[in-house]
Design a protein around this ligand. Structure first.
Ligand code: NIG
Ligand code: FE
Length: 393
């Protein structure tokens, strides 16, 4: 890219850099700030009017708006067909959520064409970008056959490098009563076929899904095939997910709703991020995880959407930030950090979730004077501008 296509964002009223070496507090906040974006990365960050001379740059005045790193949504399931609005309505009438509903989406996804799945994926990733998400992790998991998981990953790869093989989501109907046979097929056939198309291997470690031993076997096979582990755990009740994630060195354990003191202690001594998904509690009516307890114990926390048709049909990181603040005892600063830098840590990425020279030029601006408004003005579409790799979206 020629310097002529570099962009100077100036007049930023409140800039969250997430680098305490650049600005004030843990969020590294700079007021009256400017950012120089070029060649896909941040070239310079500092006070408005003090930018270096960089030849011909396009100037963009943010007129006092807040700016921050683009959201990193580190947990989504956007490759599916159908919806489960009826199931949601029944739940709001008092019915409990069970993992069994996943099978209805598996049936619809298997029956869909590639073009139908691709259209839904495009719709959801566009929706996510409009609300400020510049990096999205996408899981497979609604196929549970080799060809269906493979096509899910191929379709997801058109939108992100953060692709996840969710091989052990639920035992599909053709393996009813034969979960061990399904796990054997995953290990012997699915993982070898899908590993070249994924970065991560994920499992649903939960009563009604897969127990710790089966999950451990799937994760080990994934790691042997070059994938890095992540875990769905402790969503619907207490269980072994957190311990399994720590034991396997998983980048993240996600949901983490029902945790014991030992779980919190194990997480606090590990490099595993706890990814909280308040959209799921919103939509299932379950109680929210206690982020305060995790943060006070020293656990690194991320917030993500869990976008899926069963438990959290939202792509909105701003909604999840507002829920994290109001329902999970996070401060607005903590929630914004968890939705940006926390997500980056959950994906083991140091080039996103932060605005410092050399980081990816993924920046969002808000029609608001500070990032706090993301929680203070819930439900309002505050994201006014999105730059991804320095390119205005
Ligand atoms: O993250 N927990 C497992 N998977 C999804 C739910 C999927 C579904 O109900 O379709 C989740 O909540
Ligand atoms: Fe999930």
């Amino acid at each position: 890219m020629a310097p002529g296509s570099w962009t100077l964002l100036d007049g930023i009223g409140c800039l969250v850099t997430n680098d305490p070496g650049i600005g004030a507090g843990p969020l590294g906040i700079l007021n009256d700030a400017a950012l120089l974006l070029g060649d896909g990365v941040v070239q310079w960050v500092g006070r408005s009017g003090r930018e270096p001379h960089a030849g011909k740059v396009a100037r963009f005045d943010l007129d006092g708006r807040a700016a921050l790193p683009g959201f990193v949504d580190s947990h989504t399931h956007p490759v599916f067909a159908g919806d489960r609005a009826d199931e949601f309505a029944a739940r709001m009438g008092g019915r409990a959520y069970t993992a069994g509903g996943i099978r209805s989406t598996i049936a619809a996804t298997r029956a869909a064409t590639d073009a139908e799945l691709a259209a839904t994926l495009s719709r959801l990733t566009t929706e996510a970008r409009r609300s400020g998400t510049t990096t999205i992790e996408c899981k497979s998991g609604y196929g549970q056959t080799v060809p269906d998981e493979l096509r899910s990953l191929r379709l997801a790869a058109a939108h992100t490098q953060e692709t996840t093989l969710l091989a052990a989501h639920v035992t599909p109907p053709e393996f009813d009563g034969r979960t061990d046979d399904y796990v054997r097929m995953v290990i012997d056939e699915m993982i070898p076929a899908c590993a070249p198309h994924a970065k991560w291997i994920d499992v649903f470690c939960e009563r009604g899904a897969f127990d710790a031993d089966r999950c451990r076997a799937v994760l080990a096979a994934g790691v042997a095939a070059g994938l890095a582990p992540r875990v769905h755990g402790n969503q619907l009740g207490p269980g072994d997910g957190v311990r399994l994630a720590v034991e396997t060195g998983a980048a993240s354990v996600d949901h983490v709703t029902h945790t014991s003191a030992d779980d919190v202690d194990a997480l606090s001594r590990s490099a595993t991020v706890a990814t909280l998904l308040p959209g799921a509690e919103f939509s299932t009516g379950a109680r929210y995880p206690d982020a305060r307890r995790l943060i006070d114990a020293g656990v690194t926390v991320a917030v993500a959407t869990d976008c899926n048709p069963g438990t959290s049909y939202t792509t909105s990181m701003p909604l999840c930030i507002a829920l994290a603040v109001r329902e999970m005892r996070m401060t607005p600063d903590e929630a914004v950090r968890a939705a940006t830098l926390g997500g980056a840590q959950a994906l083991r990425r140091s080039d996103i979730g932060v605005l410092r020279p050399g980081a990816r030029a993924d920046v969002i601006a808000l029609d608001a004077p500070s990032h706090v408004h993301l929680a203070y003005r819930p439900g309002v579409p505050l994201v006014s501008h999105v730059w991804k790799g320095g390119i205005r979206q």
